[in-house]
Every structure is written in structure tokens, then in C-alpha cells.
Design a protein around this ligand. Structure first.
Ligand code: HC1
Ligand code: SF4
Length: 587
């Protein structure tokens, strides 16, 4: 612990704190722009400057970069500091396009809010600006004219995701944040995880909007429009309306979707239960083959996260066989809607329009992939992020907070707790084990409250060993077998697990990978955190597990509506399943 004086006040802070951390800990606010605790500490914007009176320093110091020391005397808000901050801001502003009224981030922009806070009312340094082209890919839209060079996106992509797509090129006024060689982002190894979008303080990085196409479909009398929200959307959407992180709003979500004019308000969760049946069956087939001395590729790896699919295709294409052949739940769901359900309605696949609400930006690219089509039409037509849904609800004049709680529609709206937990890292694995373990042993998973505790949490890699004992007669060959599983989220952990597979040292049989740290709850399409991202992640995780625990039915194979479907469809892994619900990635 150290002692220092900030603005005349005696302060204490843990040794090793920066001046910024010491100030915040003592309730002293220092304006900042580029700083992101634990992710980006770079001193790029210099908005957080302070004056170091003792020991005297010649220049103002970026408080996010300088360590607080015993006996320091700091002033955070004197005239000199205020003026320097304002000048820094005005310089940043001079190179910004200032089309605030038509920006997706209008009134939700950190740069805008900061200008107001600093009292900037003019832009005195207008000069020549280079107009740069806007880069649009299926998932992301990058507008360099709005970029303020804070480099948060660079840090997230490099340090957190280890994908290194974005860098700073050139110097001075020519500096631009770009994929290498100025390539369009769609021509790089970008995973479209959108983690860069979440941290962008301005409108320079955003999802490519599907709002217009969804509105057109809703207003088209010839389209039967089906909507399905992902598991994680129910713990994100409330934040679009000012509710605190960790609020679960499933009922209001269904109510809002009803009022928006969709013809059927179903649930991706139904598709998640379906995925468990299909993926569980696939795992059991591979496992049985190995038990009987045959050949099958293990570890099997989950395939629901499209950012992860992009990652493995770009970085470990020789191991695509390890992926489950299952399409992701919302794609399976779309395929069921345009075949099984369309037939029930007496409609053609092309008369159906499927909208997915996702906490994810990569899902926009996924739904456009050729693998995600059947009968000549895409399984899913449009993907809205949670943020885009929030915008549309507001634009339609729906008072979200005043809505009653409603249910999803039948027949594709009922889901189990196993489906809810898909939204958090470790959840897909736990959901699969709740079913697979019971198929092999005839008993419930032997963990309190059905939670596989070793894989619950937010550490980078979690693992567990599940011993199979007293198995059913038809699984005799598995008696005593120890199934080893691992779970990770974010590409840093995925890379480690893939390196083991590459070297032939992976001890695992089944691995879950989600592209975003924490899983879908903190996906690239979720509301931007209003407090520390780690706290938000923890709260949303607890909310997801809470939703699971409130359900009466918590195992996918006990979803009655799903079992009714299979009576007509066939068995998990049947011919129709392979045609519509599975795929192969071959890049
Ligand atoms: Fe996800 Fe999934 S869990 S991938 O994170 O498998 O996006 O929520 O919808 O498809 O169910 C996302 C979430 C989502 C799919 C499911
Ligand atoms: Fe990097 Fe993900 Fe952003 Fe692509 S979407 S640039 S991989 S952070």
C-alpha cells in the first residue's frame, strides 16, 4: 500500500497501481478515452493526462501509464490539465468526420460524451482530411473516417483473441487502423467475432446492418416471417433499455417480438435442444467406434460458434475433421422451419423468411455460407444482433420496459434448461453431458443440480474427467472408461487446445470451443458493457444459469415438443438430419 496526494486529498492505493487506478479507487474521476482496464493501456489518446507536481515532471503524464508512487503529489483537474485535454480532444476531432446525427452510435458514443464532458463547443483545427473508403463485409462495417486511433480494437484482436487482424499503419495524420496491406477485412483471416466492435468507442466498427431487410420482410405480405432469439439474447436485451447487467428478460423479449409483427415468435433454444440430440448422437457414434477398435476422429469439437469455425478454417484446416458435423442451433432451426414447418403450413421454402436474433456478429457471415442452404434457399435469411434488435424495438415505438411477460409460440418455442446454458462457456458441453451420460448409464449426471462444476466458470481452459460406471448392458464396452473433456472460450485458449491436437498430445475426447471470451453472453453483438467487462460477464453468466434452474425440464431429451418433432422427422442422425441439420466444412 502506498500514500499519495491527489487534488490535495490524502489517498492510498495498492503498490503497483497506476495514477489513474489510484485516483478512481479514491473516488476521483479522471476523464479518459482509449483506456480499457486489463485490455488496453496504451496512452494513445492522452485524454487522461494529469500534472505531477511532486516529484516535479516536465510534461503532463498519461495517468493510465504512470505508476503511482509513495509521496507523489498529483493534480488531475487544474487549468493546465483542462486546457491540454481540450486541445487533445480538438485535435482528435479535427480528423473525425463528425456526421454524428446519422451515425449508428449517435448518443451512444464515448467520444461524443467526452466532448460534452470537457465542454468542447468548437472545432478550431479544421484541416484537409483524407476521405477513406468504407469497408463492408457480411458481418462488419469499418468506417476509417470515424476512427479516432484509440487502438482498443487492435489490443482486443491481438492480445485477447490472438488473431492479429488489425494494425496501425503509417504515421502522423496518415495513421490508419486497418487489416494488413489495407486489405478489405473480408479478405483476411478475420473470424468476425466482433470483439473489436464491442470495444470501439465510436462508430468506426459496427455490425453490417440487417435492419432494413428484416423490415422489408415483415412488411411483405407474401412472406411468412419467423423469428428466433438466441439463448444469450434474453440476458442481454434488458441492457439496451437501461437495465443492469444480469437481468434476464425472456418474457418481455417474446412480447416485443410479437409486437414487431413477426408471424411466428419461436426460440433458437428449441434448436439448441435439437442440437444436443444430434451432436450427442454423433459423439456416441464416434465413441462407440473407438471402443470397438474402429477409426473415428476424436476429440470431437463443438461447431456452434461461427467465429470458431472461421478460426479453425484459417488456422488449422487440417483438423476440420475434429469438428462436429452439426450446423449451429439457429441454422438447424432455420432448416427445420423451411422444411418440416413450411410443409405443415402448406408453404414453399421460398415463402418462408427466417430472422435470427443473435449476440453474435459472425452469424451474419455464417447464414450467407453455401453450406447453410437447403432446397436452394438459405436456412436463415437475416441475423440481427441484440443491439440491432434493441434499436428496432425503440424505432417501432414499443415500450419494452412496460411490456407484459409472454411465451414463445408453438410448436417450436418450448425449450429446456439445457438450451439456456448454450449461451455461456461450458454450457453446450454440460447440456450434451446431461443427455449423453444418461444414454450410457441410464442415470442422471452425478453432479449437484446437474452442473458439471469443474467446467463452470470463466477461466481460459477448464477440464473434467467423467468416469463411466454401472453402464447399461448395450454400453458394456464403455464400463470403467474415463471420458476427458475440455472447454474454452476465446481464441487464445482454442489455439492452445488445437496445438495439442496438432502435436498428437491432446488427452481429450470431447472439446467445447466458443469464439468469444465467456461464450455468447459476451458475444460481439451484445450490448456494450456499461461497467467492467469481467463483472458484466459474471453477472450475465449467473443470469443464464438462473434461467436454466428455473425451468421444470432441464434435459434436452425430455423436451416433449422436440420428441413430437422426431416422431415425424425420424431419429437423431437419420437421413433427413444429415441432409438438413449437418454439414461438412472442407476449406
Ligand atoms: Fe450462441 Fe448458439 S449458443 S452459438 O453462443 O450454439 O450466437 O446465445 O444462438 O446457433 O443456441 C450465439 C448464443 C446461439 C447457435 C445456440
Ligand atoms: Fe479481430 Fe475479431 Fe475484430 Fe476480426 S472481428 S478484427 S478477429 S477482433
Amino acid at each position: 500500500e502506498i500514500k499519495l496526494t491527489i487534488n490535495g486529498k490524502e489517498c492510498t492505493a495498492p503498490a503497483g497501481s497506476t495514477i489513474l487506478q489510484a485516483a478512481e479507487r479514491n473516488g476521483i474521476h479522471i476523464p479518459k478515452l482509449c483506456y480499457l482496464e486489463g485490455i488496453h493501456q496504451y496512452g494513445a489518446c492522452r485524454i487522461c493526462v494529469v500534472e505531477q507536481i511532486n516529484p516535479p515532471a516536465k510534461n503532463l503524464q498519461a495517468s493510465c501509464m504512470v505508476e503511482a508512487r509513495n509521496g507523489m503529489v498529483i493534480e488531475t483537474n487544474n487549468a493546465k490539465v483542462q486546457e491540454a485535454r481540450k486541445t487533445m480532444y480538438e485535435l482528435l476531432l479535427s480528423n473525425h468526420d463528425k456526421k454524428c446525427l446519422t451515425c449508428a452510435r449517435n448518443q451512444d458514443c464515448e467520444f461524443q460524451a467526452l466532448g460534452r464532458e470537457l465542454g468542447v463547443e468548437e472545432s478550431p483545427y479544421e484541416g484537409e482530411r483524407d476521405l477513406r473508403p468504407i469497408d463492408v463485409s457480411e458481418s462488419l462495417t469499418r468506417d476509417p473516417n470515424k476512427c479516432i486511433l484509440c487502438r482498443r480494437c487492435v489490443s482486443v484482436c491481438n492480445k485477447i483473441q490472438t488473431t492479429s487482424i488489425l494494425t496501425a499503419e503509417n504515421r502522423g495524420f496518415q495513421t490508419v487502423i486497418t487489416p494488413a496491406f489495407g486489405l478489405p477485412i473480408g479478405n483476411t483471416a478475420c473470424t468476425y467475432c466482433g470483439q473489436c466492435v464491442v470495444v470501439c468507442p465510436v462508430g468506426a466498427l459496427k455490425e453490417t446492418s440487417h435492419k432494413d431487410r428484416v423490415l422489408r420482410a415483415i412488411n411483405d405480405p407474401n412472406k411468412h416471417v419467423v423469428v428466433q432469439p438466441a439463448p444469450a439474447v434474453r440476458v442481454g436485451i434488458g441492457e439496451c433499455f437501461g437495465l443492469p447487467a444480469g437481468t434476464c428478460e425472456t418474457g418481455k423479449l417474446a412480447a416485443a417480438l410479437h409486437r414487431m409483427g413477426f408471424d411466428d415468435v419461436f426460440d433458437t433454444n428449441w434448436g439448441a435442444d435439437l442440437t444436443i440430440l444430434e451432436e450427442g448422437t454423433e459423439f456416441l457414434e464416434r465413441f462407440r467406434a473407438v471402443l470397438s477398435g474402429g477409426v473415428a476422429t476424436l476429440p470431437m469439437m463443438t461447431s456452434c460458434s461461427p467465429g470458431w469455425i472461421q478460426f479453425i478454417e484459417h488456422n488449422y484446416p487440417e483438423h476440420l475433421e475434429n469438428l462436429s458435423t452439426c450446423k449451429s442451433p439457429h441454422q438447424m432451426f432455420g432448416a427445420v422451419v423451411k422444411s418440416y414447418y413450411a410443409k405443415k403450413l402448406g408453404k414453399k421454402p421460398e415463402d418462408m423468411y427466417v430472422v435470427s436474433i443473435m449476440p453474435c456478429t459472425a452469424k451474419k457471415t455464417e447464414c450467407a455460407r453455401p453450406e447453410m442452404q437447403n432446397d436452394g434457399v438459405p436456412n436463415v435469411d437475416a441475423v440481427l444482433t441484440t443491439r440491432e434488435l434493441g434499436d428496432m424495438i425503440k424505432a417501432m415505438g414499443i415500450n419494452f420496459l412496460g411490456l407484459p411477460e409472454e411465451k414463445f409460440d408453438d410448436p417450436l418455442g418450448f425449450s429446456t434448461g439445457a438450451a439456456d446454458i448454450f449461451g455461456v462457456t461450458g454450457g453446450v458441453m454440460e447440456a450434451a453431458l446431461r443427455t449423453v451420460y444418461e444414454i450410457i448409464t441410464g442415470r442422471e449426471l452425478p453432479f449437484p443440480n446437474l452442473h458439471v462444476s469443474p467446467i463452470v466458470g470463466l477461466e481460459e481452459i477448464r477440464e473434467a474427467t467423467i468416469k463411466l460406471e454401472n453402464v447399461k448392458p448395450e454400453w458394456r464396452a464403455a464400463e470403467g472408461f474415463e471420458v476427458k473433456i475440455a472447454v474454452t472460450s476465446g481464441f487464445a485458449g482454442a489455439r492452445k487446445l488445437m496445438e495439442q491436437i496438432k502435436e498428437g498430445t491432446s488427452p481429450y475426447h470431447f472439446i467445447e470451443v466458443m469464439g468469444c471470451p465467456g461464450g455468447c453472453i459476451t458475444g460481439g453483438g451484445q450490448p456494450r458493457p456499461q461497467e467492467d467487462i469481467n463483472i458484466v460477464r459474471q453477472k450475465r453468466m449467473e443470469a443464464i444459469y438462473g434461467e436454466d434452474e428455473r425451468k421444470v425440464v432441464r434435459k434436452s431429451h425430455e423436451n416433449k415438443s422436440l420428441m413430437d418433432f422426431y416422431k415425424e422427422w425420424g431419429e437423431p442422425g437419420c437421413h433427413a438430419s444429415h441432409e438438413y441439420l449437418h454439414t461438412h466444412y472442407v476449406k
